[in-house]
Design a protein around this ligand. Structure first.
Ligand code: FMN
Length: 347
């Protein structure tokens, strides 16, 4: 029997050659000064499209210099960024792939020597524990965002969305997961604001989604969210049901139809719920959902067949196997992910 995972599918405006999605993965190969991507980035994404990935979600792309949380993060805020990314989108399209840009602001999970001398920002002035990726600088005490800061970030997201369109991307993903800036507004340990952004913890997300959907159609926008926060492994939602209902209300109010809940391990149930993250979302929403988190091709197939998910995202397996889809098709073994081999180069 043919695997559903490997069959073409049409999702909104996208004709996808398979239901395999490349999960967003930061690689850190862009020029630190300019944020322009490395030449090898073109081949890195195009080869995965050539071998059959349906939808590629790029590494997190900074919406401004202050949005960066480590070195080598690419940008989408300068005309040169648009030109550089155009070469990637053209090659991916030439290989029959579709590619969307993940738009990212890390908020307090940064340091001023990475942001270009600017103090990192957050909903409230609460310092995170830990160090930045790669360069291991302690997370700096952030500045509590003023209303002007909030408006500026919303505008930066909107401009980056427009730039993504100009660069030929098929859409965008808003990174509202993993404890980064948007998620920090939903994080009770970090959001002590007395204004509406403190009372309505999804307001910031809602305003960003509203703004980006003025630059790009909502059918081309995906939202990623998660319970887990990179800097706070012991944080769990008080009431997962309530949280999911609130997130879905915001997403639906804007008319966005594709969501990408992020679980570290798909099959693991939530800490305070008997369902997994994706199953709980499914309970309240029937639209397109991307599954992710240590999926295997067989598990993805089962989830696609029982319609818990419509697309299956793979992260590390696609780093170690550029020809992932071909291998699955041919029943060949997948190379095991090894960070020491798979992270230092774009191959
Ligand atoms: C090297 C690496 C970089 C990552 N960078 C990002 C990122 O930029 N944005 C994001 O939303 N998730 C990021 N993730 C998480 C992945 O998108 C994915 O959710 C996670 O790896 C689980 O999928 P997997 O078990 O198939 O690897 C990253 C993961 C890895 C391994």
């Amino acid at each position: 029997m043919k695997m559903k995972l490997l069959q073409p599918v049409t999702i909104n405006q996208w004709d996808l050659q398979s239901r395999v999605v490349m999960a967003p993965m930061t690689r850190g190969f862009a020029d630190q000064e300019t944020g322009i991507i490395h030449q090898d980035t073109i081949h890195y994404y195009a080869i995965r499209a050539k071998f059959g990935v349906g939808l590629i979600i790029t590494e997190g792309i900074a919406i401004s210099p202050e949005a960066r949380g480590t070195i080598g993060i690419p940008g989408l805020y300068r005309p040169e960024h648009i030109e550089a990314w155009k070469r990637v989108t053209e090659q991916v399209h030439a290989e029959n792939g579709r590619i969307i840009a993940q738009l990212w602001h890390v908020g307090r999970l940064s340091h001023s020597s990475i942001t270009g001398g600017v103090q990192p920002i957050a909903p409230s002035a609460v310092q995170a524990n830990g160090v930045t990726h790669k360069v291991h600088l302690p997370y700096e005490m952030p500045k509590a965002m003023t209303k002007d800061d909030i408006n500026k970030v919303i505008q930066n997201f909107k401009t980056a969305a427009r730039n993504a369109h100009l660069a030929g991307f098929d859409g965008i993903e808003i990174h509202a997961a993993h404890g980064y800036l948007i998620d920090q507004f939903q994080f009770p340990w970090v959001n002590f604001r007395k204004d509406r952004y403190g009372q309505e913890k999804y307001l910031f997300l809602q305003e960003i989604l509203h703004a980006v959907c003025e630059a790009i159609e909502p059918e081309r926008v995906i939202v990623r969210f998660s319970e887990h926060k990179d800097d706070s492994p012991l944080f769990y939602w008080e009431s997962p049901e309530q949280e999911i209902i609130e997130i879905l209300n915001v997403i639906q109010s804007i008319g966005i139809s594709i969501i990408h809940p992020s679980a570290k391990q798909y099959k693991k149930t939530l800490h305070r719920h008997e369902l997994t993250l994706h199953a709980l979302v499914r309970k309240y929403r029937k639209g397109v959902q991307i599954g992710v988190g240590e999926l295997t091709p067989d598990l993805a197939e089962e989830l696609l067949r029982n319609e818990e998910i419509q697309l299956a995202a793979f992260g590390r397996p696609l780093l170690s196997n550029a020809d992932f889809v071909k291998r699955v098709k041919e029943g060949r073994e997948l190379k095991k992910y090894n960070a020491q081999i798979d992270l230092p180069y774009l191959h």
